[in-house]
Design a protein around this ligand. Structure first.
Ligand code: SF4
Length: 388
């Protein structure tokens, strides 16, 4: 841990971080991974209204409700040229339940639901390019999960928090049925029973207490112990956005992030893949310090598209991220949207076609072969977007 950080954090937190980093080193070694991706905001309409969300948009005649297949392919093909292998689909939750315009658009294009359209866009990406879809479409039925598994290398749903208080009047999840923690845990459990490599995590600083964060981590550990499908845990700091109901909220502190990351490492164990986003650090948060608390992954980084959930926060350039990660004694490696342990050797977590494709794309350790990624600076394509 750096001297600056040691001066700032209380000894109890420093000690927690040292234990977490030691456990990471013992099990994961000194490799830090990331996934070169393109970000596809398939639709920014959403039936919910979370108090912190700047991704969600109301219907607007000037803005199409959905990305078209041509728009999806144009972004994905450009990402392919740059060496990206993840097509991250992020979208609002079932907009057709709230907006006639969304229903009309879907019907005109031959679909009954946003999830059906998402399925076909994932298929299109797989048919036309070398990228692997990873979808974050919100709450899904078991049948929808099973269907999307066929066309996704991995999928995701943030638990955010198990705190029910956040749904009370004045809370960020008030009148947002999709943020019911029990509903989210049900989706995570269904994904486990269906053996889908799944990403989840906590959103830190939206009003939950430290005790509630620990409870959330224990719930995730229980699911992981039972099903083994939680391939990745994100510890994401809430950053207030202008124009949202929570614009004046303080956001997560550096101490809260360091404590939560190290608790996550210690509760979820040395083999867990633990990620914190490097583009959301700020005055009291330096992302390189997350290494001191036990992370082993920087998440998806795009050399092409912006972070539509946090449009104000550019991703670090990949070359700079590699240099900085190495300056702390680690090696940066590019991975696929599904982690190596889920496709090396026989796998019941992936359909056979996706399994074979991943095996043929990866090096013997399950990462990108050397020299397969171009490290272009981030360039904004299209408008901003981000959620869930
Ligand atoms: S965070 Fe997700 S569920 Fe909440 S309003 Fe934004 S898009 Fe909708």
């Amino acid at each position: 841990m750096t001297k600056t950080r040691e001066r700032r954090l209380p000894e109890s937190v420093q000690s927690l971080c040292r234990s977490a980093a030691r456990l990471r080193d013992q099990v994961k070694g000194r490799t830090i991974s990331f996934s070169p991706k393109v970000f596809l905001p398939l639709t920014r309409l959403c039936r919910d209204r979370c108090g912190y969300c700047a991704f969600r948009q109301d219907p607007n005649d000037a803005t199409p409700n959905y990305m078209t297949p041509e728009q999806v392919l144009a972004v994905v093909r450009r990402g392919e040229e740059l060496g990206c292998r993840e097509a991250l689909f992020v979208l609002g939750d079932r907009p057709e339940q709230s907006y006639p315009g969304a229903r009309l658009w879907l019907r005109q294009h031959g679909y009954d639901s946003t999830i059906e359209y998402l399925h076909d866009m994932c298929s299109l990406v797989l048919e036309e390019t070398r990228l692997f879809p990873h979808s974050n479409p919100g709450i899904l039925t078991r049948r929808e999960l099973a269907s999307l598994k066929q066309v996704n290398a991995s999928m995701g749903l943030m638990l955010e928090s198990t705190s029910r208080r956040l749904s009370e009047p004045g809370g960020p999840h008030h009148r947002n049925p999709t943020k019911d923690p029990q509903l989210r845990l049900r989706v995570l459990r269904d994904a486990g029973e269906l053996k889908i490599p799944f990403t989840t995590g906590l959103l830190v600083g939206i009003g939950e207490t430290g005790r509630e964060r620990i409870d959330s981590l224990h719930q995730l550990r229980r699911l992981q112990s039972r099903y083994g499908h939680l391939q990745e845990f994100i510890i994401q700091n809430f950053v207030p956005k202008p124009g949202t109901p929570m614009e004046a909220a303080p956001g997560a502190s550096g101490r809260e992030m360091m404590e939560t990351i190290s608790h996550a490492r210690l509760i979820l164990g040395g083999s867990a893949n633990l990620q914190a986003p490097p583009n959301l650090s700020g005055r009291n948060l330096r992302y390189l310090d997350y290494l001191d608390a036990g992370i082993n992954d920087w998440g998806g980084i795009s050399p092409l598209t912006i972070d539509f959930v946090n449009p104000e926060a550019p991703w670090p350039r990949i070359a700079a991220l590699a240099r900085q990660t190495e300056s702390r004694g680690f090696r940066l490696k590019a991975r696929f949207p599904v982690y190596p342990e889920y496709f090396q050797g026989p796998s019941s977590f992936l359909p056979s076609t996706l399994h074979s494709r991943l095996r043929s794309e990866a090096d013997p350790d399950g990462y990108f072969p050397a020299g397969s990624l171009r490290t272009h600076p981030p360039v904004s394509t299209g408008e901003a977007a981000g959620a869930h």
